[in-house]
Write a protein that binds this ligand. Structure first.
Ligand code: ACO
Length: 708
């Protein structure tokens, strides 16, 4: 037994590579893999294995793994599922480090047990498994195309990790059409062992890889993935497509891969938090990958648009706003920069509009001026077909400009016109010019490079608990309360228990007393001061207002007496067998901004926190934002700002600013409670009332769910 993990570099650069199930029959996958490995010029030694012996592409086949007499780090397994485990055992005897199991018929069809057994055996013998249910791996540095996809893969600097086999194979062809070279393409299929996080960790260090592109269907170990992605995006761009955005798509993805897709809203928010670029479709993803792999970061935020048409200039300006690109607006600098090139009838206000009547010479000069100006950091160069800007003239001009100046700063080009322009775009693309027919797509590429540029400058949010806040919550007390509820076989806390948790976290809650008789209720109300609220307390009645177990805004003792009887009567009628613990007397709160704060264990990503517009319309408004658990105030503030209702906290129509720091503090405490007490699965405070800064916040209704 040797359970030490092998160095993943051997997966990408194996000294020898066995193919178990190699075949002389051209129709077999075991034949295509050998063909592709030879065709790509694999630098190591190939060991085809087939019990019948013979030759494949003139290479003699070994009849068993036992016969391998030289270093062999990787084995591709292409024998039917019932023979895979034996092949894995043979590999262990030869100290093979990595197994790429192409074979289908494991967890994706319910054979989880066999898959687990194989992985456990492999790991216990110092081996790691890629797959099963994959099309293989291509690694440019080893000149190794060990896939059964197309033989020709263009080497380059984009790495692709794909959970879908068929789509991955299709992407080999698609990247060729798009002139994108690959540093590697790795099919992960059922990801029984090696997953995205393992591969990203390697690819981030791999010098040849400039951009990592992932196609995902489901997330298994989201907590580790977050940790790895946060670090990776500081070093190189990561682009992701995840299927299952819709409910229908998520179901298809789940059954396809045997893994559950996380809720899309949480996935989107977490990718954003990690600095990952999420694309909607393959074209968008590949455009980003290509642009990001070929351009370095800008040195500043000042972008300009140069156009010969006002309309496209405005479209681009809109797209800049949507993509968070700052349009340089220092008029004095712009006037002096373009005084020679922009005609008097044009405009030097960004977008710089040379107008349709300007000559190609002016146009060229204007772009070159932009490239040479130190205060301009990036350029969006647009054009509409005119009598002077034709398919022929623009093609030559743009190619010359880009070749001479394109490396100076990030630039994207977009041109609109007929057949000649479209052909010109195709030609320029093939020459490596970042040019797009769609203005939005051009601008989004520049937007992504700016996102990376800013991400790398901002501090990384850590998920570990900073020592200065660790004692914000009395976790011992929290656990004690939860223990009592669990002893009572409950999977939720009663209102007063949830309030006690808030007290343990020093979160302000409305004054409240549990009364078990009318006399106590009256004296509690008198002590508290009017107005007050009465609420039924019963583990059998969750929705108090539905049961008539709630009475609001009681102004005096008489109203308390009437309401006390009514609340008990209604609740008994609503659920005659309900066990009623008493009636809660609470202060009636003055209005504030209603927010909702939550924390829960997500099946894919572990602990996540939530903020949004609270109150009874949460479901309808759906104005909520998520983050993976974090104690970083800046990141949490970003979550607040993601909500449409955020301006309410800043104060509208002359209102004072609300206690935003107080809201952030409660979110941090919810995170601390969730991570400190593993028996709690969900916390929801709705509403958390946010008052003016000096009045703080108040957690009105708190629901806490426990593990089963
Ligand atoms: N060791 C070595 N070779 C063996 C062994 C063994 N223990 N047992 C059998 N072989 C040989 C066979 O004799 C055969 O060689 P031959 O052509 O000379 O007779 C060869 O290995 C292959 O075995 P076959 O029984 O012919 O199996 P076949 O090639 O038809 O299928 C395969 C094997 C491809 C692994 C199949 O079981 C399978 O899983 N197919 C699906 C693969 C797939 O789609 N994966 C996901 C890809 S991703 C996507 O969706 C595209």
């Amino acid at each position: 037994m040797n359970s030490q993990k092998p160095d993943i570099r051997f997966l990408f650069k194996p000294r020898g590579h066995a193919v178990i199930g190699a075949s002389a029959a051209p129709s077999k996958i075991g034949n295509s893999i050998i063909r592709n490995m030879i065709h790509s010029g694999y630098e190591g030694k190939i060991f085809p294995i087939n019990p019948k012996g013979g030759k494949v592409f003139d290479i003699p086949m070994l009849t068993s793994v036992d016969e391998i007499s030289e270093e062999c780090d990787l084995a591709t397994i292409v024998v039917p599922a019932p023979y895979v485990f034996d092949a894995v055992k043979d590999c262990a005897k030869k100290n093979i480090k990595f197994l790429s199991i192409i074979t289908s018929g494991f967890s994706e069809v319910g054979e989880n047990k066999l898959e687990r057994e194989i992985v456990t055996y492999a790991n216990n013998h110092g081996m790691r498994i890629l797959g099963p249910n994959i099309f293989g791996i291509y690694s440019a540095q080893a000149r190794m195309n060990a896939t059964f996809g197309p033989p020709n893969v263009t080497p380059g600097n984009v790495a692709i990790i794909t959970q879908s086999g068929a789509l991955g194979i299709a992407m080999i062809g698609k990247t060729q059409v798009e002139n994108i070279g690959l540093s590697s393409i790795i099919s992960i299929g059922n990801k029984s062992d090696i997953d995205e996080a393992d591969l990203i960790e390697y690819l981030v260090e791999d010098e040849q890889t400039k951009v990592i592109f992932m196609y995902m269907e489901g997330v298994k170990d989201g907590v580790r993935l977050i940790e790895v992605l946060k670090k990776a995006t500081r070093i190189k761009p990561v682009v992701v497509i995840k299927s299952g955005r819709s409910k229908r798509g998520a179901m298809a993805a789940a059954s396809h891969t045997g893994s559950l897709a996380g809720a899309d809203g949480v996935f989107a928010a977490i990718m954003n938090q990690c600095g990952v670029h999420r694309a909607i479709d393959i074209q968008e993803a590949l455009d980003w990958c290509k642009f990001l792999s070929q351009n370095s970061h800008p040195v500043g935020e000042n972008a300009i648009i140069i156009t010969n048409g006002g309309g496209v200039g405005v479209l681009a300006a809109d797209a800049c706003e949507a993509n968070n690109i700052h349009l340089f607006d220092d008029l004095k600098t712009l006037e002096s920069a373009f005084k020679e090139s922009v005609p008097s009838f044009g405009s030097v206000k960004n977008p710089i509009d040379i107008t349709g009547g300007a000559s190609m010479i002016d146009y060229e000069k204007c772009i070159v001026d932009a490239f040479n100006h130190k205060d301009i950091h990036s350029i969006i160069c647009l054009g509409c077909e005119t009598s002077v800007l034709t398919g022929e003239t623009f093609k030559k001009t743009i190619l010359d400009i880009h070749r001479t100046h394109g490396a100076k700063k990030p630039v994207v080009y977009s041109f609109v016109g007929g057949k000649d322009i479209e052909e010109g775009i195709k030609f320029l693309k093939s020459e490596g010019v970042p040019i797009y027919s769609d203005i939005g797509q051009a601008v989004s590429c520049l937007g992504k490079i700016y996102t990376d540029y800013r991400n790398r400058k901002s501090p990384m949010d850590g998920s570990s608990t900073p020592s200065d806040i660790a004692n914000w919550v009395d976790i011992g007390k929290v656990k004690e309360i939860v223990k009592t509820a669990k002893a009572d076989h409950r999977t939720f806390l009663l209102a007063h228990e949830a309030q006690a948790i808030m007290k343990a976290a020093n979160v302000s809650i409305p004054k409240s007393v549990l009364a078990t008789n009318l006399k106590d209720a009256i004296s509690a109300a008198n002590d508290m001061g009017y107005p007050v609220v009465l609420k039924i307390v019963s583990k059998d009645i969750i929705h108090k207002s539905d049961a008539g177990g709630l009475a609001l805004d009681l102004q005096n003792e008489k109203e308390v007496i009437d309401a006390y009887e009514a609340v008990l009567h209604n609740s008994r009628r609503y659920k005659p067998d309900a066990h009623i613990k008493g009636v809660e007397v609470a202060e009636m709160l003055k209005p504030g901004v209603e927010t909702i704060i939550g924390g829960r264990y997500d099946a894919s990503f572990g602990p996540v926190i939530m903020f949004g517009q609270g109150g009874i319309y949460v479901e309808v408004m759906k104005d909520i934002a998520f983050r993976s658990i974090t104690y970083d105030k800046h990141t949490i503030a970003g979550m607040l700002k993601d909500c449409r209702s955020y301006p309410l906290l800043l104060g509208v129509r002359g209102e004072a600013k609300k206690d935003i720091d107080g809201v952030i503090e409660v979110i941090i405490k919810v995170g601390l409670i969730l991570s400190g007490c593993k028996d709690i699965t969900d916390i929801e405070i709705n509403p958390l009332l946010a008052y003016d800064e000096e009045d703080g916040v108040k957690a009105v209704d708190v629901r806490i769910l426990l593990t089963k």
